[in-house]
Design a protein around this ligand. Structure first.
Ligand code: ACO
Ligand code: OAA
Length: 381
C-alpha cells in the first residue's frame, strides 16, 4: 500500500474515539460531549476522570465508591519509597516519575488478559491514586525529608498539595488546583496519548502504557512547555524587555514557549480558564510581576504571530497558577501527568475494545543493494 508522507501525521486520523472533541478553529474542547467550561465550573477532577474512563457521568453511589477506592489506594509500598530514596536528588522529576510508574508493574500482577474487567479497573485505580503520591514522595525525599503520608480527610487535589508542601491548602486554592487537573485530563490524540495508544496496541500492560505516555509528555514541545514558559518569563524579567526578547527569539527562528498548537488556531479554551484562575489567585493571595510580563508576552505574540494562528496554549498560564500554589517549576510537568493519566487510561480502555497493532509504513529514502566494504578497505573520501 502506498500513501503520501505527512510530516508529524498532521490531519491523519490515527484512531476512532468518542472520548473528547476539539474544534481548533472555534476554540472548543468537550469531554464525552460536555464543554470543558461546564466541567470546570461544576465537576471535580475525579468525577471528570470517571466520565473520561467509563464514558458516563457517575450517579452518586458510583462516584462515592470511585472516590473511596482512589482514597484507599493513595499509599505506596515501602519498597517503592526505598527505590525513590535511592534516586539522585538532582534528577529530573519526570524521569523519576517514569521510573516509578514502570516500577508499579513490578509490584502488581500483570494479567495475560489486559481487557479483563477487574484487572483493568484495579490498575486504573492504582495509577490514578498512586501517581500523585509518587510525585510528592520524590519531592520530599530529594529535600532529605520523610514523605508526608496522604490525609484521608483531604480531596484528591488538596491532598496532593498537602503531601507536597506539608501545609493544608486553603480550600479555594485546592479547588483551583482541582480545576487545573480537570483542564489537563484529556486532549484527543496528542503526542503522549498517541504514544499510549501505540504501546497499548501491542497489548503491553497498563503500567508500561502509562510509562510510554509519561516519557512522551516530558518533551518541551508538549507537556514540558509549562516549565519552559516560567523560565522564559523569569529570563525576560521586566515588561520593557518583552518586545526585544520576543523579536530576538523570532529573528533567531526560536520558538516562544506556551504559544502555538497543532489543532488550535485561536487561543486555547483551557488557557482562557487558566488565565482567569491565575487572576483569581493573584487577587486573593498577592500579585505576581510574572503575570504582568505574561500579559505583555501574549500581547506582543498576538501582534507578531496571531496572523499565523499562533496563540497561547494550555501551557502558557498553567505555570503561573502552579507557582502561586507553591509547586516548584520542575514539578509542573509531573503535575500535568497526574491529571493526564486519566485521559491516557481512557484511551487505553478504548484501544483494547477494538485493537489492531499500530504499524505504519515509511517512505524509504536510503540507498539499496550496496556492496559490503570490509573494515580494512574503508577510508574517508
Ligand atoms: C500540552 C501541549 O502539548 S500544548 C503545546 C506546548 N508546546 C509549546 O508551547 C511549544 C511551542 N509551540 C510549538 O513548538 C508548536 O506550536 C507546536 C509544537 C505546539 C505545534 O507545532 P506544529 O503544529 O507542528 O507547527 P510547526 O512546528 O510545523 O510550526 C509551523 C510554523 O509556525 C511556527 N511556530 C509554531 N509555533 C511557534 C512558536 N511557539 N513560536 C514561534 N514560531 C512558532 C514554526 O516556526 C513554523 O514556522 P515556519 O513555517 O516558518 O517554519
Ligand atoms: O493536543 C495537543 O497536541 C497538545 C495538547 O494541547 C494537549 O495534549 O493537551
Amino acid at each position: 500500500m502506498s500513501g503520501e508522507y505527512v510530516p508529524g501525521l498532521e490531519g491523519v486520523p490515527a484512531t476512532r474515539s468518542n472520548i473528547s472533541f476539539v474544534d481548533g478553529k472555534n476554540g472548543i474542547l468537550e469531554y464525552r460531549g460536555i464543554p470543558i467550561e461546564q466541567l470546570a465550573e461544576s465537576s471535580t477532577f475525579l468525577e471528570t476522570a470517571f466520565l473520561l474512563i467509563f464514558a458516563h457521568l457517575p450517579i452518586k453511589d458510583e462516584l462515592l465508591a470511585f472516590e473511596a477506592e482512589i482514597l484507599s489506594h493513595r499509599r505506596v509500598k515501602y519498597r517503592i519509597r526505598d527505590m525513590i530514596k535511592s534516586f539522585p536528588e538532582g534528577g529530573r522529576p519526570m524521569v523519576a516519575l517514569q521510573a516509578c510508574i514502570a516500577a508499579l508493574g513490578l509490584f502488581y500482577p500483570i494479567s495475560r488478559d489486559m481487557s479483563k474487567e477487574e484487572y483493568a479497573y484495579n490498575s486504573t485505580i492504582r495509577l490514578l491514586s498512586k501517581v500523585p503520591t509518587m510525585v510528592a514522595t520524590f519531592h520530599q525525599m530529594r529535600l532529605g525529608n520523610d514523605p508526608i503520608p496522604p490525609r484521608d480527610d483531604l480531596g484528591h487535589a488538596g491532598n496532593f498539595l498537602y503531601m507536597l508542601t506539608g501545609r493544608e491548602p486553603d480550600p479555594r486554592a485546592a479547588r483551583i488546583f482541582d480545576v487545573c487537573l480537570m483542564l489537563h485530563a484529556e486532549h484527543t490524540v496528542n503526542a503522549s496519548t498517541f504514544s499510549a495508544l501505540v504501546t497499548a496496541s501491542t497489548l503491553a500492560d497498563p503500567y508500561t502504557v502509562i510509562t510510554s505516555a509519561a516519557g512522551t509528555l516530558s518533551g518541551p514541545l508538549h507537556g514540558g512547555a509549562n516549565e519552559e514558559v516560567i523560565r522564559m518569563l523569569k529570563d525576560i524579567g521586566t515588561i520593557e524587555r518583552v518586545r526585544p526578547y520576543i523579536e530576538e527569539r523570532l529573528a533567531r527562528k526560536e520558538r516562544i514557549m506556551g504559544v502555538g498548537h497543532r489543532v488550535y488556531k485561536v487561543k486555547d479554551p483551557r488557557a482562557k480558564i487558566l488565565q482567569n484562575l491565575a487572576q483569581e489567585l493573584f487577587d486573593r493571595f498577592g500579585h505576581s510581576r510574572l503575570y504582568d510580563i505574561a500579559l505583555e508576552v501574549e500581547r506582543v505574540c498576538d501582534e507578531l504571530l496571531g496572523h499565523r494562528g499562533i496563540y497561547p496554549n494550555v501551557d502558557f498560564y498553567s505555570g503561573l497558577v502552579y507557582e502561586k500554589l507553591g509547586i516548584p517549576s520542575d514539578l509542573f510537568t509531573p503535575v500535568f501527568a497526574i491529571s493526564r493519566v486519566a485521559g491516557w487510561l481512557a484511551h487505553w480502555h478504548e484501544q483494547l475494545t477494538d485493537n489492531r497493532i499500530f504499524r505504519p509504513s515509511q517512505v524509504y529514502t536510503g540507498t539499496r543493494q550496496v556492496e559490503y566494504t570490509p573494515l580494512s578497505l574503508r577510508s574517508y573520501a
